[in-house]
Write a protein that binds this ligand. Structure first.
Ligand code: GLC
Length: 567
């Protein structure tokens, strides 16, 4: 088996056996101290990145073929959204087998080859782990249905009797994030209406009961499986959801999901989750080369988020407070300060993120077109900590807002009529940021693969393709390439945990950062739609490093523009 792993040119149909030690030292990747503290991590959405077999769906072989592009872009690590065996009720966030690759993406040999090639190119690989819920097609859930009430398998999920004379009402009033009640009733093995089970997301995504030791053991084993395969870390899906308040108490009112990320909820951010992450950290630390855990944790405050990245827990948590901040200097300054202030006491790096597969792409969301998106990106990439880049943002891709209903696949879209009104949680329109990448100017799917992708691309996306933007000095792609190269070359960009604010006109954000090498960088971002006076310190800067748009030194700072200078 180990030989199969070693011989990449001769894949066999046997699944590779993970081989502890096979990746003990990652070839080609030196291990600088705590690489993840200032890493730029690129999110690949496998369905939409590159389609090697031309079936309209991206795959692991496609990603593997494009790894040199990612290395050339200058990112440090690649986070892959789920590629596991899945009925795809929620685009792979419904996992039927945590140790298998869905055939539409390839097999374990492809995963192995992808991890090895990435390491050879100096890229780290972070995989998505989905521990809050499985697919309803997972063997455990299927057995739970068959074995009936009171069985050990039912205890691995949240099965309860319904309320009302005949058990006809859900056990509590919790709402699904995708709309409608968070409970679905099942039939008993003899066909009569039976218990209800909890699903905070789609009915095809039953929540695990994390009080059950078998669930805990299983995920520790899954972690080891992928660590043995050589992955460098995990992005932990719904990390805040695993533990529910004891007794599953009613919320007492509807519209609960409007409170998401602002108030404490009985199904999210319970203190009990932290014990789980402490046990996972022990496993991560057993492996060489700093394997990491990244929490997708929606919490009411940045201080609550910081609890997930205490020294014995995970390494990073997404900063959704930053993602949700409008393009406004005062608000950005406030959230940058509070993000840094809440992470400092626990010693974790702050993260910065503008786009991902669940939100409207920032070119569209910030409302200022590509100029504003570029300015926002250059601001983010100058901040201290780790930055996340979502595939296609380096091309300045906009959200696709006019997808026909029949093309849509987001499960929340179909649950809008089930009580979800698009107001209380997911709007169901997440397909608009998941449209396949354009790689070339021409061709039926602009080089994505085959004659078309699983979602239609806008007809003018050839002009935004990697091919069209490469070597065009004014392109967004070349801006990202230069920004990431400068960030690598200058420790004042990315590393550290603080910024020194500079005096600036209203609507302008300006700060200074000093690198470990003593060299300082000045950054100014004009968030207004008019030119603004240049902050004094920037006017006397030694040289311009990079600007998000056309800019001549000494002139006022143009609208929606960020500039980096060497002091
Ligand atoms: C996370 C994922 C999202 C998914 C949900 C349920 O929020 O990012 O895409 O739908 O979890 O797994």
């Amino acid at each position: 088996m180990t030989q199969h792993l070693a011989d990449r040119t001769q894949p066999t149909s046997d699944a590779p056996t993970p081989n502890p030690g096979a990746h003990a030292a990652t070839p080609g990747v030196p291990t600088p101290p705590e690489w993840w503290r200032h890493a730029v991590i690129y999110q690949v959405y496998p369905r939409s990145f590159a389609d090697a077999n031309g079936d309209g769906m991206g795959d692991l072989a496609g990603i593997r073929a494009r790894l040199p592009y990612l290395a050339g872009l200058g990112v440090d690590a690649v986070w892959l959204s789920p590629f596991y065996a899945s009925p795809q009720a929620d685009a792979g966030y419904d996992v039927a087998d945590y140790r298998a690759i869905d055939p539409m993406f390839g097999d374990l040999h492809d995963a192995d080859a992808l991890i090895r090639d990435a390491h050879d190119l100096g890229l780290r690989i972070i995989v998505d782990l989905v521990p809050n819920h499985s697919s309803d097609q997972h063997e455990w859930f299927q057995r739970a249905l068959r074995d009936g009430p009171g069985s050990p398998l039912r205890d691995r999920y949240h099965f309860r009797a319904g309320k009302g004379e005949y058990g006809e009402a859900p056990p509590n009033d919790w709402e699904s994030i995708f709309g409608g009640p968070a409970w679905t009733r099942v039939a008993d093995p003899d066909g009569t209406p039976g218990q209800w089970y909890l699903h905070l997301f789609a009915p095809e995504q039953p929540d695990f009961n994390w009080e059950n030791p078998a669930v805990r053991d299983e995920f520790r084993s899954v972690l080891r499986f992928w660590l043995d395969m050589g992955v460098d870390g995990f992005r932990i899906d719904v990390a805040h959801g695993l533990v529910k308040a004891p007794g599953l108490p009613d919320m007492g009112h509807a519209g609960q999901l409007r409170l998401l990320g602002t108030q404490k909820l009985p199904f999210f951010d319970q203190d009990g989750v932290h014990e789980i992450y402490r046990s996972w950290r022990e496993i991560l630390d057993e492996y060489p080369d700093q394997r990491i855990g990244v929490a997708e944790a929606w919490t009411p405050t940045e201080d609550r988020t910081a609890l997930y990245v205490r020294r014995e827990e995970l390494n990073q948590a997404f900063n959704f407070h930053y993602l949700n901040t409008p393009w406004d200097a005062a608000e950005l300054r406030r959230v940058i300060d509070s993000s840094l202030d809440s992470m400092r006491p626990v010693g974790a790096p702050t993260t910065w993120v503008l786009s991902n597969h669940d939100v409207v792409r920032h070119r569209t969301r910030l409302g200022g077109g590509v100029e504003r998106a570029r300015a926002a990106s250059l601001l983010m990439l100058a901040l201290p900590g780790s930055a996340y880049v979502y595939q296609g943002e380096e091309l300045g891709l906009p959200e696709v807002t006019d997808l026909p209903d029949e093309a849509r696949q987001d499960p929340a879209f179909f649950r809008r009529g089930a009580g979800g009104d698009g107001q209380d949680g997911q709007d169901g329109l997440r397909d608009g940021c998941r449209v396949p990448m354009p790689w070339s100017r021409d061709g039926a799917s602009f080089g994505f693969g085959g004659v078309g992708g699983w979602l239609p691309q806008p007809g003018d996306w050839g002009a935004l393709s990697v091919e069209a933007q490469t070597d065009d000095p004014g392109s967004t792609l070349e801006l990202y390439r230069r920004a990431l190269a400068e960030r690598r070359a200058r420790s004042a960009l990315g590393a550290g945990d603080g910024v020194e604010w500079l005096e600036a006109a209203d609507g302008v954000l300006a700060f200074r950062r000093v690198g470990a090498d003593g060299r300082a960088v000045l950054v100014a971002a004009n968030t207004t739609d008019r030119a603004a006076p240049l902050p004094g310190a920037c006017a006397s800067a030694r040289g311009q490093v990079l600007a998000s748009g056309p800019y001549r030194q000494g002139e006022p700072l143009p609208a929606d523009t960020t500039v980096w200078w060497e002091e």
